[in-house]
Write a protein that binds this ligand. Structure first.
Ligand SMILES: [Fe+2]
Ligand SMILES: [Fe+2]
Length: 301
């Protein structure tokens, strides 16, 4: 994978529609999952993008309405990976929209995916969120392992290259079914992230669950941006089951690969202790983001 020339936007406004917790002093619903509403402006153009949709359509609709976000104006939906906490609201959302809608994701997104411990739990896109059902509801699927830039300055990373040895431990214990019908560990290769290049600001990295390893993700985003500096890292870092040493190694790697980092918001599946460690390390640059919170990154006037 070589460097890619990426465009840029004048501003990115991000609003958290779904997260595990509601923001302070709000009456929004918190529910296990993630959905980010992105408004990207370039000149007179504004694109509205949903990065993940969360697990429940009714919660998504309710929070969006309370926040004054008109979901009907969405231009495209990007899915980070198959897990239900990021995708299960999709069928209900497509029904509400009632029109064809581009939906980007990895080609393996409809495979079986489940855990057996502590009990069986299906994490996959199935039932009304299966492929045929979604297409019948208007999903125009764009399934790709390669990076794609659906709007200049907005890029989906494609499959993330694993370049960081210490990130191979402490992930989730998901299983899948291989081509011969055997139950095998699922390495969640479908985990893709988003990068937005904001003029004068740098790259903002948005991670869904971070299964690919947040350092791998940041490294890939830097590469895809042609070496621009990373200004923000936002989303799930998936460190809650990892040894705390991995968090310390993650912070060290951020210092190396994202020395200009001015905004870091670990969310959703990062875990309390890893988040606290990052809050300590990053001081003012650390931000809590929950349902209802928003942040804007803007180019110099
Ligand atoms: Fe998740
Ligand atoms: Fe996940």
């Amino acid at each position: 994978m070589g460097n890619t020339h990426i465009g840029s936007v004048d501003s990115l406004k991000l609003t958290v529609l779904i997260e595990n917790s509601p923001g302070y002093d709000t009456y929004l619903e918190g529910c296990f999952g993630l959905s980010l509403w992105l408004e990207l402006r370039s000149g007179d153009t504004c694109k509205r993008v949903l990065f993940d949709v969360g697990p429940r359509a009714d919660s998504l609709f309710r929070n969006a309405e309370m926040l004054g976000v008109d979901l009907n104006t969405v231009d495209m939906i990007l899915l980070s990976h198959c897990h239900f906490d990021h995708t299960a609201a999709l069928a209900g959302l497509l029904d509400k929209l009632g029109r064809p809608m581009p939906v980007f994701g990895h080609p393996d997104i409809f495979r079986p995916n489940f855990v057996l411990k502590p009990e069986f739990m299906d994490y996959s896109m199935c039932g009304q969120n299966g492929r045929q059902s979604l297409e019948a509801r208007g999903a125009c699927l764009v399934l790709t392992k390669s990076p794609v830039e659906p709007f200049p300055g907005l890029m989906l990373t494609g499959e993330v290259e694993h370049t960081t040895a210490f990130e191979e431990s402490g992930g989730v214990s998901c299983l899948t079914i291989d081509g011969e019908g055997n139950m095998v560990p699922d390495r969640l290769k479908d985990d893709m992230s988003v990068l937005v290049s904001v003029r004068d600001v740098g790259v903002i990295v948005l991670s869904g669950c971070g299964h690919a390893g947040i350092v791998n993700i940041v490294t890939q985003c830097t590469r895809l941006s042609g070496g621009q500096s990373v200004a923000g890292i936002i989303g799930g870092f998936h460190l809650l089951q990892a040894p705390i040493e991995r968090t310390d190694q993650t912070i060290q790697s951020f210092r190396k690969h994202a020395p200009g980092l001015s905004f870091i918001a670990p969310m959703h599946c990062t875990g309390l202790r890893p988040s606290a460690r990052m809050a300590e390390a990053y001081g003012e640059a650390f931000r809590e983001l929950h349902a209802g919170d928003s942040v804007t990154f803007t180019a110099n006037p």
